[in-house]
Design a protein around this ligand. Sequence first.
Ligand SMILES: [Fe+2]
Ligand SMILES: [Fe+2]
Length: 483
Amino acid sequence: MIDNIRVDYDGLIPNNVGLNSDDRVKKALETWHPGYIDWWMDMGPEGFQQALVYLRTAVSVDTGGWARFDYVRMPEYKWGILLAPQVEGRKVPFGANKGEPAWQEVPGEHRAMLRRLIVIQGDTEPASVEQQRHLGKTAPSLYDMRNLFQVNVEEGRHLWAMVYLLHKYFGKDGREEAEELLRRRAGDKDTPRMLGAFNEETPDWLSFFLFTFFTDRDGKMQLEALAQSGFDPLSRTCRFMLTEEAHHMFVGETGVGRIVQRTCEAMVEAGIEDPHEVDRIRALGVVDLPTIQKKANLHFSLTLDLFGSEVSTNAANAFHAGVKGRYREDKLDDDHTLEDSTYPVLRFIDGRIASADVPALSGLNMRLRDDYLTDCLKGIERWNRVIAKSGIDFKLRLPSVAFNRQIGEFKGLHVDLDGNLISAEAWTRGRDSMLPSSGDRAFIEHLMSRPVMEAGKFASWIAPPRVGIDNRPGDFEYVKLAG
Ligand SMILES: [Fe+2]
Ligand SMILES: [Fe+2]
């Protein structure tokens, strides 16, 4: 019997899937491993591969106490294969096969669909590491640098998670897909990553925090939907990935929150009440709130494109097949087949943006996106409480879902932040008040260009965290730089 709670650290590849008694997959993964390390050395955090980083590593997959903290050089991080424990008697929870025992092998008729979903998920993981690889050099503190690297090594592990499924369940074409995952590169014009938002730049730390807040949260929603899958190994792997993803949400939300807090403190100290006095506020060495809003508008709209088309046959098929469910499907109280229900979706019809009922199966991408919006709003509320507490009259918000879209119903339309259709001319005129202008970008780049690498110190534009990682004190040396 394999112990599927504790992690086996005996071989090259830590795991709780009994890899030592599975020669075929063990060999395939050991063959893939050097390519992965090469990729990490080429595309992982630049300039910090030799630094000692205070990282957590999973030692078991149960809910309490799965992590051990220690100083690790990132290339020596114990990446491995961790699945949440198998649930005895688990059934396919939704779709046409609802109630059948959950599949322990890939059902032939859903093979292509499952492989595609796993590859798309897998592709996003290394992509974000590539997008973030230069950020260590401008970290606002060792605390933040450590959090960045923790996110990076865990995204690396998420790649391992998907590659394990490909190697174990998809034979030769699975192995080929696993190779391709190491070959594509974020932003490369010949071999780009598969999804748009994962080819954008993450040039500064505000972008990084907004990316982890908005884009990692899309990842969370996708993992939640896949955690419901009738294909049990996929469900189990996603359930464990979600425990890691929670930290990425934390980094994003508290990162933006600390920037907001510092801005408000500086404004209050300087006696500035009007948040739109941009020049005076910037002169204090902090980011003005309207610029944070514009950056949020950008990251939010890029991330919405990841949810796919408003009306989608792929989404309908994946649900019908029992392969990809809804957010917290197991907590929902309905028939879990959705054959006869409808869902309201915002569409562009007859020159107007309006809500229309579509078959619930075709509207599943939007249902997931609506759950995503609710999740985002909770974080934004917390940022707004920080602003309100300082007595500053400003509220961060989400723009309309039709704003600045490249995919789906609203692609190519000129829509303002409130969801009104506007002329091309009005769009061009208003663009710099809705999205970061070149001036905004230059300001942020300059403000955030100098790293702070002294333990316990923080850049001028961000407040310290309320508590340390692993309850460490404020002046803890989270990263010991090499040399
Ligand atoms: Fe991930
Ligand atoms: Fe993540």
